[in-house]
Design a protein around this ligand. Sequence first.
Ligand SMILES: NC(=O)c1ccc[n+]([C@@H]2O[C@H](COP(=O)([O-])OP(=O)(O)OC[C@H]3O[C@@H](n4cnc5c(N)ncnc54)[C@H](O)[C@@H]3O)[C@@H](O)[C@H]2O)c1
Length: 328
Amino acid sequence: MTQNNSPILITGGAGYIGSVLVGQLLADNYRVRVIDNLMHQQDSLKLYIDNKKLEIVHGDIRNETAVKQALEGVSAVVHLAAIVGDPACEKNKQLATAVNKEASQMLSTLAREQKIKRFIFASTCSNYGKVEAKDGYVVETSRLKPVSHYARLKVSFERFLTSQKSALFSPVILRFATAFGMSPRPRLDLTVNEFTAVLASGEKLEIYGENFWRPYCHTQDIARACQLMLEADESMVAGQAFNVGDTSQNFQKKTLIELILKELPEAADKVVFVTKDEDPRDYRVNFDKIKKTLGYTKTKTVSNGICEYIDAIKCGQITDIHSQRYRN
Ligand SMILES: NC(=O)c1ccc[n+]([C@@H]2O[C@H](COP(=O)([O-])OP(=O)(O)OC[C@H]3O[C@@H](n4cnc5c(N)ncnc54)[C@H](O)[C@@H]3O)[C@@H](O)[C@H]2O)c1
């Protein structure tokens, strides 16, 4: 697929990842349409408000009329809108099901009916759940064992999308690693960002599950993966799932703390390791497929992201780290 005059629709384009993707696509001269209900009262797209290549629809993907209008004339969809994260989905299961499953199915069905071929879906490496093989890495064909309502909904929609693949409809599933790094809508409820912000603010940080592994990927690199999937030859990507991240960026939480303390040695006595079995996700992910298929490589490490949040706290770009605007 090449750039043409038709816009790309980004659902959830005002979110943490979406607002980075919008900026990247506009910089590369794409026309972009966003549909977002701004549920976090975010003004993350204000930077681009005067850009003639951007259209913003303040609407809800549960609303069929709004979705039909948003889909009109677009060449592809990147579907990011969701109730995001385990806690947010547990808190309001009904809403999560309505958005992450039902509205997502309606959106992809309408896109297919309107002959919009490429449909890129933001799924998650959380779908792998707890991985028993201690030294093993999961790949795209590994069994999905979701352990939360959030991940079960993602798996369910992945299956629906895959079943819809045809000569006229090319869904692509991207399983993002846990994101970190700056965005016009910073999030402080994600591990790397949260740990860094708390310690950079001189507060105490409690860590549970210190030995648990998780993969991490910078917002800019996640956005680059979405763009790559818009531009990739159909035969390379249609109907497939790709993990998005880099194998070298799997870390245990205790290693994240070591990386943060390299930058903030004065915070060492603020870290407390506790026992609590709340979050059973523990997995290491292999990211060779996206590298081998599309030549995708990361441009930023977790340490880069740590420095970004330390700078944001130190220069006053982020002030109240407990504000609800930074959380889902
Ligand atoms: N951030 C991560 O670590 C991560 C990891 C894996 C997958 N993902 C997936 O990537 C996508 C983006 O995540 P994010 O971190 O940017 O989260 P986010 O919450 O910042 O973005 C989601 C966006 O969707 C919008 N939205 C929610 N419900 C909507 C509705 N009914 N109609 C229209 N818009 C709606 C929100 O206003 C928000 O702008 C999500 O699908 C998420 O599941 C994120």
